[in-house]
Design a binder for this molecule. Structure first.
Ligand code: UD1
Ligand code: CA
Length: 512
C-alpha cells in the first residue's frame, strides 16, 4: 500500500485460565520452540508497527506481566479480573487506551502459529476495504467447538455463531472463526457497548459484534487464512505437542529451502530464534535452541543439544551438549563433550571425549582430547592437554584461574591446582599435581618416584594366578615384562621420568 496506514492498536487476549493445561504456569507462558505462546503472538504482530499493544491478563496475571516486561516492555498489560467473555475482554482493553483510533487488531495469546504475513494480509485487506470489522476465517477438517462463519445467499458474512448456539444446519459449516480480527476502532467501541449475555454461555461474545454491525448496515468482511493450521489454538498439552510438531516442520522446511541440510527433520528441533548459515549439516536427534548460530558448513549432530551457542563455520559437534559456548571455526567437539557458559574454543581447537569445559579459553589449534575437566582456565595456542586432567579451580570457597601458555605439552592425569601458570613450551610429567608455576620451556614433575619391591607377589600372594604368571615370566627369562608401563595405550600422552640419571623424557608423542 502506498498510502500511510491508519494508526493501529493490537489487543492480545490472554486472561483465560487454560484449565486443561493442568499447570502452575499460565497457558500463554508455555514454551514452544524458543518463545512462549504469547511471545509468538507478539512477534507475529510486530510487523504491524502498532502504536500500542495491549495484553489482557487475568489468570496468572503477575507471571504474565513479569514475562511481558522481559520480552515486550512496550506492551501494556491490562487486568480483566473476571473473564466475562471475549467481548468483555476487548472492552476492558479499549478502556485502557481511550484515545485509540484507526484499526484495532484482536488476537489470542494461545494461537502461536499465526504467520506475520497472514495477520498483515488480514489487516491490509480490512483497511483497503474500509470495513467496520474483518474476521480471519479458515476451512478446517473438524470444526467442533469453534464459532462458525455464517454467510448469506450472496456469500456475505451474516453472523458468527458459537458451537453451543448453532442450529443443526450451521453445525455442518466447516468455515470457522479463527478468533483473529481487525476492527475500526470507533465502530468497535460503539458496538461493544451493545453486547448482551443472552447466549448459551452467558458471556459477552466478541463475535456478536459482527452480527450487530451487519444489522446496522456497516460493512463487515471475511479474510480466509491460506493455511488453516495457522489458526490453531491450544487447550491442553496434547494440542501443544501437535503445534510443536507443526512449527518444527515449518521451521525445518524453511531452513532446508535456504540451503541447510537436515538429515532427519523429524528428530531435529530448531527454535525460531536460531540462525543457520549455508551448507550447515544437522544430523539426527539434534536440538538447536535460543540464540544459537550455526556457521556455514558446520556439522552438528547426531545427538546434540546446543543452547545459546555460536558454532563457527566448518566446526563439528558430535553427541554433545553446549550451553552459552563459542565454538570457533573448524573446531571439533565431542563425541560426549559438555560445554558450559563462557567455554570459548578458538579456531581449529579440539574438545574431545568426556571433556567438560566451563568459563575457559582453548586457544587456536589447542587440544583437550580425553576425559578432562577444564574450569576457569586459559589455554594458549597449539597446546595439548594430556588425558584425564583436572583443572582444580575451586578451593571450597572461591574459584581460581589456571593459565597454560602456547605450545605446552601437559602429561596425562595432571591436576592443575589454581591459581597456577604453565609457561610457553613447557611440559609436565604424567600423574603430576601442579600447584606451582612452571616456567617456559621447563619440565615439571610433581609426583613421588616409583619403587619396585622385587618378588613381592611370589612371597605375599603365593599360589595365586598372579604369582604363577610371575613365576612363568621369571622362567622365560624376561623379568622386565611385568614392570612395563602399559597404561598409556598409545594414545594418551605418557610423560615419565627416566629410571637412571634423573633426566626427564616425554615418552610417547602428544595425543591427537
Ligand atoms: C472463541 C470464539 C470462537 C472462535 C474461537 C477460536 C468467541 C465468543 N468465540 O471461542 O468463535 O472460533 O475463539 O479459537 O469469541 N479470553 C479472555 N477473557 C475472557 C474470555 C476469553 O482473555 O473473558 C481469552 C482466552 O484466554 C483465550 C481467548 O480469549 O485466549 C479465547 O477465549 P475462549 O473462551 O477460549 O473462546 P472460545 O470458546 O475458544
Ligand atoms: Ca479457545
Amino acid at each position: 500500500m502506498s498510502q500511510q496506514p491508519p494508526p493501529r492498536t493490537v489487543v492480545v487476549l490472554a486472561a483465560g485460565a487454560g484449565k486443561r493445561m493442568k499447570s502452575g504456569l499460565p497457558k500463554v507462558l508455555h514454551p514452544l520452540l524458543g518463545r512462549t505462546l504469547v511471545g509468538h503472538v507478539l512477534s507475529a504482530a510486530a510487523p504491524l508497527a502498532a502504536d500500542r499493544t495491549v495484553v489482557v491478563v487475568g489468570h496468572g496475571a503477575d507471571q504474565v506481566r513479569a514475562h511481558l516486561a522481559e520480552i515486550a516492555p512496550q506492551a501494556l498489560p491490562v487486568l480483566q479480573a473476571d473473564q466475562l467473555g471475549t467481548g468483555h475482554a476487548v472492552r476492558v482493553a479499549l478502556a485502557a487506551v481511550p484515545d485509540a483510533t484507526g484499526t484495532v487488531v484482536v488476537t489470542y495469546g494461545d494461537a502461536p502459529l499465526l504467520r506475520p504475513e497472514t495477520l498483515g494480509g488480514l489487516v491490509e485487506a480490512h483497511e483497503r476495504a474500509g470495513a467496520a470489522a474483518t474476521v480471519l476465517a479458515a476451512e478446517v477438517p473438524d470444526p467442533t467447538g469453534l464459532g462458525r462463519i455464517v454467510r448469506d445467499a450472496d456469500g456475505q458474512l451474516q453472523q458468527i455463531v458459537e458451537q453451543r448456539d448453532t442450529t443443526p444446519d450451521q453445525r455442518e459449516i466447516r468455515e470457522i472463526n479463527a478468533g483473529i480480527y481487525a476492527f475500526d476502532a470507533d465502530r468497535l467501541r460503539d458496538t461493544l457497548g451493545k453486547l448482551s449475555t443472552g447466549n448459551a454461555q452467558g458471556e459477552e461474545y466478541l463475535t456478536d459484534v459482527f452480527g450487530l454491525l451487519r444489522s446496522a448496515g456497516e460493512p463487515v468482511a471475511v479474510h480466509v487464512a491460506p493455511d488453516h493450521t495457522e489458526t490453531l489454538g491450544c487447550n491442553d498439552r496434547v494440542e501443544l505437542a501437535g503445534l510443536r510438531r507443526l512449527l518444527r516442520d515449518r521451521v525445518n522446511e524453511a531452513w532446508m529451502r535456504s540451503g541447510v541440510s537436515l538429515l532427519d527433520p523429524e528428530t531435529t528441533w530448531i527454535d525460531v530464534t536460531v540462525a543457520l548459515d549455508r551448507d550447515a549439516v544437522v544430523d539426527q536427534n539434534t536440538q538447536l535452541r535460543g540464540a544459537t548460530v550455526i556457521g556455514a558448513g558446520a556439522q552438528v549432530g547426531p545427538d546434540v543439544t546446543v543452547v545459546d551457542t555460536l558454532v563457527g563455520p566448518g566446526a563439528t559437534v558430535v553427541r554433545s551438549h553446549a550451553v552459552g559456548a563459542e565454538i570457533g571455526p573448524s573446531a571439533s567437539v565431542g563425541p560426549y563433550a559438555y560445554l558450559r557458559p563462557a567455554a570459548r574454543l578458538a579456531e581449529k581447537s579440539k574438545v574431545g571425549t568426556f571433556v567438560e569445559v566451563k568459563n575457559s579459553e582453548v586457544g587456536v589449534g589447542s587440544k583437550v582430547p580425553h576425559l578432562t575437566y577444564v574450569g576457569d582456565a586459559t589455554i594458549g595456542e597449539q597446546s595439548n592437554i594430556g588425558a584425564a586432567t583436572v583443572f582444580v579451580n575451586y578451593d571450597g570457597v572461591r574459584k581460581h584461574r589456571t593459565v597454560i601458555g602456547d605450545h605446552a605439552r601437559t602429561g596425562a592425569d595432571n591436576m592443575f591446582v589454581a591459581p597456577v601458570e604453565v609457561g610457553d613450551g613447557a611440559y609436565t610429567a604424567a600423574g603430576s599435581v601442579i600447584d606451582q608455576d612452571v616456567p617456559a620451556g621447563a619440565m615439571a614433575v610433581a609426583r613421588s618416584r616409583q619403587r619396585n619391591i622385587e618378588g613381592w607377589v611370589l612371597k605375599r600372594r603365593a599360589g595365586t594366578a598372579a604369582a604363577e604368571a610371575a613365576e612363568r615370566a621369571g622362567r622365560a627369562g624376561s623379568p622386565g615384562v611385568s614392570a612395563g608401563v602399559t597404561a598409556s595405550e598409545g594414545e594418551a600422552m605418557h610423560v615419565g621420568t627416566e629410571p637412571a640419571g634423573g633426566a626427564c623424557s616425554t615418552g610417547d608423542t602428544a595425543t591427537d
